[in-house]
Design a binder for this molecule. Structure first.
Ligand SMILES: C[C@H](O)[C@H](O)[C@H]1CNC2=NC(N)=NC(=O)C2=N1
Length: 96
């Protein structure tokens, strides 16, 4: 069962995703790709992973810069689902 993480659990989980920052009930990562098509390819792959996980990031696309925001909306805070998808997004970006 998905449960909200307390602050100490969030801090511990943040250690597994060093590229991400916490903003209250959200974790955020911004990254720049070499081109707009490259950015869209990343978004497309993340969309597949999000569908598989039934957990979806908010994605801001500005030319080559992507910003991913993760929070568990139905609980109004951070859960392991957010960090699991964040790790998958990190893998997509690292594989480029
Ligand atoms: C019905 C479906 O499982 C829910 O609406 C899912 C969809 N994707 C989701 N994504 C995120 N980030 N938070 C949610 O609470 C959520 N809920």
């Amino acid at each position: 069962m998905t449960q909200l993480l307390n602050d100490s659990a969030v801090e511990q989980a943040l250690g597994t995703v060093p590229e991400w920052q916490r903003e209250d009930a959200v974790i955020v990562r911004t990254t720049e790709l070499p081109s707009f098509p490259a950015a869209i390819e990343v978004v497309d792959r993340v969309a597949e992973l999000a569908e598989e996980a039934d957990h979806h990031p908010d994605i801001d696309i500005r030319w080559r810069t992507l910003t991913f925001r993760l929070s568990t909306h139905y609980l109004g805070g951070l859960t392991e689902r957010d960090f699991a998808l964040a790790r998958q997004i990190d893998e997509v970006l690292a594989a480029r």
